[in-house]
Design a protein around this ligand. Structure first.
Ligand SMILES: Cc1cc2nc3c(=O)[nH]c(=O)nc-3n(C[C@H](O)[C@H](O)[C@H](O)COP(=O)(O)O)c2cc1C
Length: 187
């Protein structure tokens, strides 16, 4: 059972990445093989909208590091996407990843998507309710895309009050939420 983590924060001590690692460690303790991809350190280009994937059973024409992730998605039991909240939404790296799922959308049988699990862990600075209710809505819209592709969406977790790097380390309840994500994705 393979769980793939997609980290889309550029920060070396990213809160969402710390939560992602915690979730992956939890899944590993339950017997899963885990792998994390740090998109900021990889060569992943934006979708070129050439529709090559539509005509070639989900194969993307771009010869970049996303090819490794496509191959891992085929093997994965579940995927956990970690993202900082930037300007009210997922990070631009997360959006590039989501757009590249266009290839998967057009070949869900080849990728064996039905039944694969998907969770999101997001982190933001704001703590006041008006500053996160609409962001929750944006995250729900994001997971709807994955639901539409055929994934079983498990968790959408928004961690708040994390302006500083590593702020999450003082927040036991947020680390507990990450453990919950790891436990549920291997069920
Ligand atoms: C470009 C940019 C935009 C941001 N926009 C928001 C925002 O809209 N709402 C918010 O609460 N925090 C915002 N933040 C703060 C980050 O969401 C916060 O620091 C988050 O915990 C970063 O996650 P990370 O540590 O995993 O990278 C922004 C930070 C940056 C750099």
């Amino acid at each position: 059972m393979k769980i793939v983590g997609i980290n889309t924060s550029p920060r070396p001590k990213s809160n969402s990445r710390i939560a992602l690692v915690k979730a992956l460690e939890t899944a590993e303790a339950k017997g899963a093989d885990v792998e994390i991809f740090d998109l900021n350190l990889m060569d992943i280009r934006t979708c070129q909208a050439d529709d090559y994937c539509v005509e070639h059973d989900g194969q993307c024409a771009l010869d970049d590091d996303m090819q490794k992730i496509y191959s891992e998605i085929k093997d994965a039991y579940g995927i956990i996407l970690a993202t900082p909240i930037y300007m009210g939404n997922v990070s631009s790296l997360a959006k590039v990843f989501i757009d590249r799922m266009h290839a998967v959308l057009h070949a869900i049988d080849s990728y064996g998507i039905r039944g694969k699990k998907f969770s999101v862990i997001a982190s933001q600075a704001a703590v006041d309710p008006p500053m996160y209710e609409y962001i929750k809505h944006n995250l729900e819209t994001t997971v709807d895309i994955f639901r539409g592709i055929g994934f079983d969406v498990e968790d959408v977790v928004l961690l708040i009050g994390n302006a500083r790097e590593e702020a999450i380390l003082d927040k036991g309840n947020q680390l507990d939420k990450a453990v919950m994500v790891g436990n549920k994705i291997v069920r």
